[in-house]
Unconditional design. Structure first.
Ligand SMILES: Nc1ncnc2c1ncn2[C@@H]1O[C@H](COP(=O)(O)OP(=O)(O)OP(=O)(O)O)[C@@H](O)[C@H]1O
Ligand SMILES: [Mg+2]
Length: 334
């Protein structure tokens, strides 16, 4: 996706901390940094894949973008406004345009609601259509768009397969005519064969409706299949961001290289150069100085333990947060 286009959404230095108490920590509240300064742009009509290990902050980023969770600082620019600064009432019309689809459609659908009621509910909340017959038509038309039909209208979530339930969740988001959908691991709970069908549904809906997706997954195969560009996250930060093809052909960050080398041998995707990392992911609790990967990185330099590298463009459209590629900064400081 060319970066000369104007972004539909801009995330600037977004931070989200959680205050946690634990007996292991002596009962004292400690700060967990779920997002420690995330910046990225999302372009209209693209799919930006977000990948990283469990706990790196992917869901927190998605929720902070759609304002389900409020960030501690930073900005989300949408429609010319920093929507993080808007009150709940000013956010109301924007919430329709920024929707989220979750991993587990069983827990995100109310078991007491029929399909029709589940899809109608957002229309009622946003007072989009006062006429009940027209609302029914809207529900039916959306259901058909996601591959279901009139016979599914009066069934309850437990009467559907996982793939069908996810189609209902997608319909519930679509009925509000969103512009951007944050998809948080929407196929991770599904069988591989059903995953492909639901991914194809996301792709065809995107083409028909010119939707923009922020597509979160921990599965490199899924990310490669669906994304135009990819953001790699590690410990609350984006460490690399570039075109989907580029990330597999020319990965730069040592963490990206390690992640790609972990693709199983039977995967249809290219195997990256083996670059194992030592040790465990550090805890997100408390303050971390320097690069978040410094303790595990085979290319670590002194500077990496003292200063956090910024996400910097090193080739057109290819950003990386690593001092190996920011040579000028490195020379200046040493
Ligand atoms: N409500 C909360 N209270 C306290 N800590 C939280 C809360 N939500 C998330 N966290 C912590 O924030 C960090 C990021 O969590 P997040 O759910 O965003 O990760 P993730 O990348 O989506 O992981 P996964 O791949 O397992 O879904 C984790 O350390 C998590 O424990
Ligand atoms: Mg998550």
């Amino acid at each position: 996706m060319p970066e000369t286009k104007t972004p539909i959404l801009q995330v600037k230095n977004l931070r989200k901390d959680y205050k946690i108490r634990s007996s292991k920590l002596g009962g004292k509240p400690r700060i967990l940094h779920a997002l420690s300064g995330v910046s990225l742009d999302v372009y209209e009509g693209e799919t930006l894949g977000v990948i990283g290990e469990s706990g790196c902050g992917k869901s927190t980023l998605g929720k902070c973008i759609v304002q389900l969770t409020r960030a501690n600082s930073g900005e989300v620019i949408y429609g010319g406004n920093n929507i993080c600064a808007l009150s709940n009432s000013d956010l109301r019309p924007i919430r329709k345009e920024l929707q989220m689809v979750f991993q587990d459609p069983y827990s995100s659908l109310d078991p007491r609601f029929t399909t029709r009621a589940a899809i109608e509910e957002p229309l009622l909340i946003h007072r989009m259509e006062p006429n009940a017959a027209k609302r029914r038509e809207m529900v039916l038309s959306i259901l058909r768009e996601v591959g279901l039909d009139v016979q599914h209208m009066h069934r309850y979530p437990h009467e559907f397969s996982g793939g069908q339930r996810q189609r209902i969740s997608v319909a519930r988001a679509l009925v509000l005519e969103p512009k951007v959908i944050v998809c948080d691991e929407p196929v991770s709970a599904l069988d591989v064969s059903v995953q492909a069908q639901v991914l194809n549904l996301f792709s065809s809906l995107q083409k028909q409706r010119n939707l923009t997706y922020l597509f979160i997954s921990h599965d490199l195969g899924v990310i490669k299949h669906i994304s135009d560009r990819v953001a790699i996250m590690y410990l609350g930060t984006v460490v690399e961001l570039c075109g989907a093809h580029e990330i597999y052909q020319n990965p730069l960050h040592p963490y990206t290289k390690a992640l790609l080398s972990a693709i199983p041998p039977d995967s249809p995707f290219e195997k990256g150069k083996q670059l194992p990392l030592s040790g465990e992911i550090p805890s997100p609790i408390g303050d971390l100085i320097g690069c978040p990967l410094a303790g595990r990185c085979p290319n670590r330099m002194d500077l990496c333990t003292q200063t956090r590298p910024a996400l910097t463009e090193v080739f057109p459209g290819h950003r990386v947060a690593c001092f190996l590629y920011h040579k000028e900064e490195y020379k200046e400081e040493t």
